[in-house]
Design a protein around this ligand. Structure first.
Ligand code: KG4
Ligand code: ZN
Length: 344
């Protein structure tokens, strides 16, 4: 069984092919980052139009990469939600039209289930076994999920305001970095002085597994203003010191909540996924945490942390194999709680 996966939920067009026996055999990605950077954030209408330009050529490129033709494809998976409605409609329309033309089944995939199961694309020894706790940290979501199998998800906690990636991007913008600044902020933080600034760890002083990151952005803004008052213009070193303090607060907060979720469930495996899981300090912090708890942390390869078609083709494969099918109607779910997914 070979499944073509199409991701168009936000600002990346991703197309991949997952083969039941060989694993991932094609992976094509086009990022719109340069298109949106001059506006400081994703412009939905521009995103949709660019997906229209890129989806069909990437499908062609994926088939060429795998040395396949349309006749070799047994099903088409596409991101059905959550995400930007116009962007989702492009992938959904292309996927369902092709599935109709090629006479193969289609399946709408949940973007966050894609992220959550992305570590399954790694070598067998690096794939997590169920059950595990998943920390999903992307530009739009921060969630702690109890995972007992594919589709067996229980939400344990989530952000009540900004997502972790969003907080990274907004703080990066305050530091003068281009959108999306998460990765750039983390590179800057590597040069930061440990302990020069101490940022608060939001909502860690009370029980519970929810997160709040919007206050950190405000704290960063106040710190920046104070430094400008004291030093005049911000020096590169001060920027790095602020980036380091911000990142440390986010990482420590996430680690504290992961530890609580692991304690509550008694689970020994932790998965981190979504764009922010590419963050080195977060990976190191959670690796140390799991060593201290005699457990193990799993994460996707860097190219599968951020949005991609590979994770969509993999989840599509699992669900199509299980017999799930989308009907002919083109529908998308811009808001779609992951807990509504069925178990397989
Ligand atoms: O999962 P993703 O590609 O898209 C969504 O589904 O939202 O995540 C994108 C987010 C952005 O906020 C980006 O700044 C952040 O992930 N990100 C990072 C890093 N790499 C990407 N944040 C912190 N450190 C990184 N190395
Ligand atoms: Zn994503």
């Amino acid at each position: 069984m070979r499944i073509l996966g199409i991701e168009t939920s936000c600002d990346e067009t991703g197309v991949a092919i997952y083969d039941e026996e060989k694993g991932l055999i094609a992976n094509q990605l086009y990022t719109q980052i340069a298109l949106h950077a001059e506006y400081g954030g994703v412009v939905p209408e521009l995103a949709s139009r660019d997906h229209i330009r890129k989806t069909a050529p990437l499908i062609k490129a994926a088939l060429e990469e795998a040395h396949l033709t349309a006749q070799d494809i047994d099903g088409i998976a596409y991101t059905c939600g959550p995400g930007l409605v116009g962007a989702l409609l492009v992938g959904s329309t292309v996927a369902r039209s092709l599935a109709y033309a090629w006479n193969v089944p289609a399946i709408g995939v949940h973007h966050m289930e894609g992220h959550l199961l992305a570590p399954m694309l790694e070598l067998p020894e690096n794939r997590p076994q169920f059950p595990f706790i998943a920390l999903l940290v992307s530009g739009g979501h921060t969630q702690l999920v109890k995972v007992d199998g594919v589709g067996k998800y229980e939400l344990m906690g989530e952000s009540i305001d900004d997502a972790a990636g969003e907080a990274f991007d907004k703080t990066a913008k305050l530091l003068g970095l281009d959108y999306p600044g998460g990765a750039a902020l983390s590179r800057l933080a590597e040069k930061g002085t440990v302990g020069r600034f101490i940022f608060p760890k939001p909502m860690t002083d009370r029980p519970g597994l929810d997160f709040s990151f919007s206050g950190l952005k405000t704290f960063a803004a106040n710190t920046i203003n104070q430094c400008i008052k004291n030093e005049g213009e911000l020096t590169e070193q001060t920027k790095a010191d602020i980036a380091h303090a911000f990142q440390t607060a986010v990482v420590d907060t996430l680690a504290i909540k992961c530890k609580r979720a692991l304690k509550e469930t008694g689970y020994k495996n932790l998965v981190i996924a979504g764009g922010v899981s590419a963050n080195k300090q977060l990976r190191n912090g959670l690796t140390q945490l799991m060593e201290s708890l005699n457990g193990r942390v799993f994460y996707p390869a860097p190219q599968f942390c951020t949005d991609n078609g590979a994770m969509i083709s993999y989840v599509g494969y699992l669900r199509l194999k299980h017999g799930e099918r989308a009907d002919l109607a083109i529908d998308v779910k811009p808001r779609w709680p992951m807990m509504e997914l069925s178990e397989i």
